[in-house]
Ligand binder design. Sequence first.
Ligand SMILES: Cc1cc2nc3c(=O)[nH]c(=O)nc-3n(C[C@H](O)[C@H](O)[C@H](O)COP(=O)(O)OP(=O)(O)OC[C@H]3O[C@@H](n4cnc5c(N)ncnc54)[C@H](O)[C@@H]3O)c2cc1C
Length: 469
Amino acid sequence: MGVTRTASRKIIVVGQGAAGLAAALSAAAAMHAAGLAIHITLIDKASEDEAGGNTRWSPSNMRMASPERMEPSFVHDMLEATGSRGDVSYFTRLAKQAPATIEWLASFGIEFVQPAYYLAKGPPRIQPVGGGPVLVRQLTRSARQAGVAFRYSCVAREIVTENGGITALVIEQDGTRRTLPADAIVLACGGFQGNSEMMRTHFGERAETMRLISPGTRFNTGDGIRMAMQLRADLSGDWSGMHAEPVDARSDNSAPVVLVYPYGIVVDNTGRRFFDEGGGLMHETWERFARATHFELPGSIAYAILDSRLFEIADYQRAIRSDVAPMRAETLAELAKLIGVDANNFAATVAAYNASCSGDPGSFDATRCDGLAAAPKLQPPKSNWARAICVPPFLAYPLVGAVAYTFGGLATDDHARVLRDGAPIPGLFAAGEITGHFYATAPNAVSVLRAFVFGRIAGHEAAGSSVAR
Ligand SMILES: Cc1cc2nc3c(=O)[nH]c(=O)nc-3n(C[C@H](O)[C@H](O)[C@H](O)COP(=O)(O)OP(=O)(O)OC[C@H]3O[C@@H](n4cnc5c(N)ncnc54)[C@H](O)[C@@H]3O)c2cc1C
């Protein structure tokens, strides 16, 4: 990492998640290396107990082959996930900086493992031991030691500029507005999923009632996006895109996901199937399923229906993060009654499904797309894991769609600079969820990684230095 400039600067970082902590720590390191006094303040709108946004609640899987290595196909995969709308230079820099960023995180005592999560294998991932809570705790401690000042329950309200450059940030704390001088600001305050009005504007009716996946998600109300928009910042990313997952409707826990639905069927509250439950690996279907459940189904609820052969799948518990046991019944009629769907429709749906499960159940393999497809006459189709639901007890999980984060955000370049008319706004940087680089579907396990990589770059740039390319 090369430090190349020397003027002391006042830096404000907005947000204490992965992006903000990385920015504060790297700015402090750059200033320290240049022999400068550290003037870095990190503010978060949440109280100290709750700050850390989505990161605090996230297992923080990161899409890497190992802590030292990216998959060679990473950039290509990002372009595929974004429908070729992703910024090649952004994803190329992400791939290039990721191993060094992980090494850097390890220097703060973060250890990494290769995690086992849901059953169907996805792209390779690494995970920090202890997940988001440990990341936030360790990095906050290190940032304090490095001289970063923290302010909690402190909301960023407005960016002040003079002659086109950043001069200050207006904050609100304890009911009072103050203006903090700043030479550079790093916006790391998340997407707009916690803002009912913005959700409704961009996703339409019902968006404002969508469940937020974790307690930390509600703080991300698009404030940074709106502040930068007042400076006429360029926007980017897919404004109709969000990452959502199916969670147990009965659980109040954070992210009580139920990711075994591909091994059975899913019905709506009239007892009918509505999508191909086996249409791909978990990360290829969960977002579409969760969004369809919330926006298209009556009552915004769905039911995953399985039989007792679920318990024979090795490690099936890994794919269920709900603390509530499934509803169970000895007959399908009783199960229909328990979940409150029309018994006749439900019986017809299961009968039609079972009749189309004509493949060899011996080829069932939960860990990959096993090709065990239902007969083509079944509509909607079931492309994999089509095994009859016939061994009692029968099980049901009521599921709702829960939003984790939104894709629409600020346009940034590969230096994490916020752009206006395609050129950097002097002194303004952004990283993490607030930046608009995702389109169509969330690339699996990239959100935390890119928050760290570009947070680190943003901190260095804000301090007037740069990360070696
Ligand atoms: C349950 C769950 C599981 C997930 N799993 C994964 C995973 O395995 N892999 C992955 O890559 N991604 C995952 N994600 C997504 C990922 O965790 C987040 O997208 C990422 O951590 C966002 O980091 P960030 O720093 O951009 O924002 P955040 O971590 O959300 O931090 C934003 C911070 O800004 C603060 N803030 C907001 N507005 C203001 C304001 N006006 N003034 C001051 N402060 C403000 C908030 O309080 C918050 O602390 C998951 C998310 C959740 C919730």
